[in-house]
Structure formats: structure tokens, C-alpha cells
Unconditional design. Sequence first.
Length: 236
Amino acid sequence: MANSYTALSRHYDLIMTSGYYDYGAYARTLVTQLGDHKEILELGVGTGLVCERLMELSGAGLRITGIDHTESMLTQARARLGDRVRLIRQDILEMMAPRAFDAAYSVGGVWYCVQDEDNTSLCSHLLEEDDDSRALKNLAAALRPGAPLLLAVQQAHRDYHRPLPGGLEYAQEIRAVEDDRYLKDYFVRQEGEVVAHQRCQFRVYPQDRADRLLAQCGFRFQYATGDGLLRSYVRL
């Protein structure tokens, strides 16, 4: 199972909407890339921030199913989205879905890419390559041939801290534990006292190795979008 964000979920929206991601930019690029595809799967829907912006841009044109395995995040997503999006508690390692989706995307979900100067790499919340392979094959089984898989690209992980509204402070600390595995600690502090802490682990694949793994599971790399926000793969 991928990382859970239960301990951070109460502060998640505050962190993510105060400069962590530009959800509007990702949503605009996603809408362009999704084109005429209508049955959409979001991998790691979280509290529904991406879905909300996609629905605002596309109206009733998209039929989105969002999966996540953290119930406290899904509770917030249900409050945000109501019945506009189908939300399912699901571990992608156990996902058995019919081949019904025209496209899938992940913005900081199960998989995402990072840009570090001129290099990109694939980050996964699954730590074992066998688990990544199993999960990607489950995903391939849920997508129709020709369906795009769109993975968000974000800046490389760095230690930093910054203020949040309400007198809070957010900080993150990154530590390598093996050549390709990392720990990421999220902290929310108030007057120096930690009020929320979440530790996550992730694995990093060099991009050429990641593309080989994806190809073995039924996905071929197509292109990076012109704004650099997404890498597009196609389900073979």
C-alpha cells in the first residue's frame, strides 16, 4: 500500500493551496491533454483539489472516478465534490477494474515526475519495483488501448519551510535512506510546537529506467507537454 496522509489530512488543503502546487495550471493542461476523453481515472484523488478545478473548467464534460486509500482524505473530497465525482477507497495494488477508462492522471498521487535541472525522474509512493509493476499492470487493465496516462511533473524535493495562514508554519525535510529511496517528513508548527507530522517514503527511478518499467507494463512514453507540467504515456 502507498503512503497514507492521515496524520496530515487536517492541514492538507491549507498546505497544498498556499503555494505547494499550482492546481489551476495543472488542471488547464490536463483539460487540453484529455481532449475528447470522457471516462477519467484519478490516481490518488486526495481531498479532490484537482478534480474540483477540472470540473470547473470542463463543466459536465468529464466523468471522473477518483481513488485513494486514505479515508480521511476521501471524507474531505466527498464534502468538496458531492456527487459530481465518483470517489472510491481503493489500494491500487488490489485494484481490479473493468477496462472502462479513456484516460488516467496523477498529480502528486501514486506516481509523479520531478524535474531537477535538465533531468527528470519518476517518483513512486510504492517502494518495491514488484509493487510498481503490479500496480501499473492493474492500471493498464483498467484503461482502454490508446488511453493516455498523464503524470504531473513537479520541482525536485528540497528541504524548506514557509509560513501558512493562521500563524502556522509548514516545513518539509528530505533524507535519503538508500540510493533510490527517501524519507519525507512534513511538519505543521504553531509557535514552534509541532501540531501535525507526517512521514512518507518514496522511491525514485531514473527516467530511462522508469520508461522501461512503464513499457513492460503496457505504457509507451509519448511526450512532455510544452509547459513542462505533464509527461504523457499511452496505453498500448
